[in-house]
Write a protein that binds this ligand. Structure first.
Ligand code: SAM
Length: 233
């Protein structure tokens, strides 16, 4: 992967960035996403935010080597602190981090959101608490996708502020749009998850130390939901 050839995961994220956007890519690492989008003429400006020094330097190098220093600003900052009101950001990408981390970045950076940005999120796990945060904060999910690359299942969630929306517990768990679309990648992912959770439950049964009943019940409920999903035509 490089700034010309993105991974399939980042390519699918790139497809959700509106033409003409001013993008803040938070946790940008190498900065490939904003640089690729700028080269393709999709975005007009970007901020690449990084909290860690090594990826911050990597992003700065990618931007410099592509001669995009006037269009892409690289900032060493925690989460949404990378965004300044004068940046006029219209889209924010947070990719390749746990869903809880993305949620915490959004929660602690709330004051930096103007409410008009499109959020393009690619959590690695923790999708349920992330969707919960979106619902609790007045965001509607506009697009969801599950994809598999290098033996990993990835999810992409795109959201914008809208009139309040209520998702059911199952919708928060599986994704409201995924539940409707039931794509082959989505169903394959949940087939695999079902096997993992069944294994976990049988390990619990054989465990030397008692597993808290609430934990057992939680896994059993997830298995019930996944079974319902996979057996409903
Ligand atoms: N976004 C890129 C992608 O999807 O390929 C890089 C993903 S990399 C696994 C996660 C990056 O997020 C790391 O470079 C890490 O330093 C950065 N990161 C984690 N927490 C952050 C935070 N609070 N603020 C900014 N960057 C953060």
């Amino acid at each position: 992967m490089n700034e010309q050839t993105l991974s399939m995961r980042l390519e699918r994220v790139a497809a959700q960035v509106p033409v003409g956007a001013r993008l803040a890519d938070i946790g940008s690492d190498h900065g490939y996403l904003p640089v690729a989008l700028m080269h393709r003429g999709v975005i007009t400006a970007a901020v690449a935010g990084e909290v860690a020094l090594t990826p911050f330097h990597a992003a700065a190098r990618t931007v410099r080597e592509n001669d995009l220093e006037r269009q892409i600003t690289v900032r060493l900052a925690n989460g949404l602190d990378a965004i300044e009101s004068t940046d006029g950001i219209t889209a924010i990408s947070l990719c390749g981090m746990g869903g809880e981390t993305i949620r915490d970045i959004l929660e602690s950076g709330k004051a930096r959101l103007n409410g008009r940005e499109r959020l393009i999120l690619q959590p690695n796990g923790g999708e349920q608490p992330l969707r919960q945060w979106l619902m609790d904060n007045g965001y509607r999910i506009l697009f969801e996708e599950v994809l598999r690359e290098n033996r990993f299942d990835y999810e992409i969630i795109v959201a914008e502020r809208a009139e309040p929306v209520t998702y059911t517990a199952e919708e928060l768990y599986f994704g409201p749009l995924q539940l409707q679309a039931r794509s082959p990648a989505f169903l394959d992912k949940w087939q695999r998850r079902l096997r993992q959770k069944q294994k976990t439950l049988s390990h619990f049964a054989k465990a030397q130390q008692a597993v808290p009943e609430a934990t057992v019940q939680d896994i059993a409920r997830q298995i019930r939901w996944i079974n319902e999903l996979l057996t409903t035509p």
